[in-house]
Design a protein around this ligand. Structure first.
Ligand SMILES: NC(=O)c1ccc[n+]([C@@H]2O[C@H](COP(=O)([O-])OP(=O)(O)OC[C@H]3O[C@@H](n4cnc5c(N)ncnc54)[C@H](OP(=O)(O)O)[C@@H]3O)[C@@H](O)[C@H]2O)c1
Length: 241
């Protein structure tokens, strides 16, 4: 029986690459998304991976959604907390709504997904929780007090939960990507990319979603059983934490 992996925000961007890589590695994969039905349907048509719509910021929706996934394909053994949003603004212009949307999705969403899955992982004495944070949670970023705080929170969450899971065979790790070549990046003007962004990255290029996905596949594997509570930077040398 193949292991079951659940990837939040797994229908596009980095999450889609993670879902596909886990599928290629032999996992039964379920992917969640927030509202973009068209992308999710196209992703399912392309990959055969079933998609589920719910808001990770809503605890009850997460609990119900996870129960549905487990009824459909079995107990979740690998959880990838990838869903995330930005609502950028300099602090003096940031609204309480921008703050709370990012905290609810990027930090509380990680609690809301991990908490209902945790008891089953403890009972089965196996689990993998892998959260996608960001380089900006490590170093901060102008106009991202909300995002940097939430992503730094994901790192603290990981370090604490890893201690609780260690004796139960559950590893908990966090990956901090730098600039990754997703749709979001393709909207950046070429001049800004060449003159501002690329010079900050010692390897001289953006990361590819598949490079993050391969890191997830490794952390999910039995081979990574001694790695827990770790913060893995994947940023081309841009920030060496
Ligand atoms: N791209 C980068 O360069 C970069 C760098 C560092 C870290 N990251 C982090 O990597 C992760 C993925 O980023 P990405 O650029 O691939 O994002 P993306 O292309 O914008 O995709 C985000 C995914 O998350 C889902 N999602 C968003 N809010 C959600 C919610 N409240 N509930 C459930 N699902 C939700 C989206 O669903 P819909 O399709 O329905 O909207 C989508 O599937 C994020 O956590 C991001 O912060 C990205």
């Amino acid at each position: 029986m193949s292991r079951v992996a659940l990837v939040t925000g797994g229908s596009r961007g980095i999450g889609a690459a993670i879902s596909k890589a886990l599928q290629a590695a032999g996992y039964s994969v379920a992917a969640t998304y927030a509202g973009n039905d068209e992308k999710a349907a196209a992703f399912t048509a392309e990959t055969g991976i079933k998609t589920y719509k719910w808001d990770v910021a809503d605890y009850d929706a997460c609990a119900a959604g996870i129960a549905q996934v487990e009824a459909d394909i079995g107990p979740v053994e690998v959880l990838v907390n990838n869903a995330g949003i930005t609502r950028d603004a300099p602090f003096h212009k940031m609204t309480p709504q921008q703050w709370s949307e990012v905290m609810s999705t990027n930090l509380s969403g990680v609690f809301n997904m991990s908490h209902p899955i945790w008891p089953g992982m403890r009972e089965r004495k196996f689990g993998r929780i892998i959260t996608i944070s960001s380089i900006n949670g490590q170093k901060g970023q102008f106009a991202q007090t909300n995002y940097a705080a939430a992503k730094a929170g994901d790192i603290g969450f990981t370090k604490a939960l890893a201690q609780e899971g260690a004796r139960a065979g559950i590893t908990v790790n966090v990956i901090c990507p730098g600039y990754i070549n997703t749709e979001m990046m393709s909207t950046i003007p070429e001049k800004v990319m060449n003159d501002v962004i690329l010079p900050q990255i010692p390897v001289g290029r953006l990361g590819e979603p598949e490079e993050i996905a391969r890191t997830v596949v490794f952390l999910a594997s039995d081979d990574a059983g001694f790695i827990t509570g770790s913060t893995i930077s994947a940023n081309g040398g841009q920030y060496m934490a």
